[in-house]
Ligand binder design. Sequence first.
Ligand SMILES: [Zn+2]
Length: 97
Amino acid sequence: MTYCKYCGKEVESHAFVCVHCGGKLKEEKPTTVDNPSHLAGIVSCCFPIVGVILYFLWREEKPESAKLVCHWMLAGLGIWFLFYLYGFLLTAFSVRL
Ligand SMILES: [Zn+2]
């Protein structure tokens, strides 16, 4: 036996709904833990392809994590782009010199 958190009356411990007041005692299905991890984000930043995979894996279950990974991935792509642009410019200039 346990007590209803809404009305304080005794209810069956396995009951999902209080028989006295109808208050929901337990969630019908456990919600998946969605605490965005910045570690996954940093990995996605270094390897944007990982970010793409994680984004599609998490899009349904963990929208917050998917969004975070997506932002990191875009930042990573930007950094890679600048890196290649810098390398390209260096090569272009060294060829001329
Ligand atoms: Zn109750």
